[in-house]
Design a protein around this ligand. Sequence first.
Ligand code: COA
Length: 144
Amino acid sequence: MENEMIKGTMEIELIESTPTKDDFIILHQTTGWNAKGLYTYDQLYSAICNSWYSVSIYHDRSLIGFGRIISDGIYQTLICDVMVHPEYQTQGIGTKIMNALLKKCDKEGIKWVQLFCAKGKQDFYKKLGFVTRDVEAPGMSLFL
Ligand SMILES: CC(C)(COP(=O)(O)OP(=O)(O)OC[C@H]1O[C@@H](n2cnc3c(N)ncnc32)[C@H](O)[C@@H]1OP(=O)(O)O)[C@@H](O)C(=O)NCCC(=O)NCCS
């Protein structure tokens, strides 16, 4: 657990664990990611509970940020579900989440970290050092 002032004004708390289901649902709904109702919130919450590592960020005990890693702990590592409540965006909280996730990877000796970038968020990840995959070795996916 870690307390820190973001941009000198707001005291926030970072906890290395998953939030409660209710808190997670409220934050997740701000992203609109489940607008089509592809998954139930029970499923989404089970998914995050199965993560290798998660961080939750609170302000005044309200969940305002979350991020997680799916990994085998050795060489395949995927950062996903990085989200900051809209009222708290562009105040350094997303960076704080990413730094915590990357610090964990570094501590565990992970050498390669991957993620899928949502539309329009490339600059956020580029500022953290991420680069787009080579066009000759693109990420690929299949919807079932
Ligand atoms: C993407 C997201 C996590 C960024 O979190 P944040 O707390 O707003 O980001 P930060 O304040 O730490 O921003 C760090 C830097 O990235 C930049 N940045 C943040 N979001 C950006 C965006 N959408 N486009 C371009 N730059 C962005 C900031 O301007 C800042 O730059 P600076 O250091 O030069 O000031 C947040 O906007 C979010 O939760 N969005 C909705 C969910 C989402 O799309 N998640 C990403 C899934 S891949």
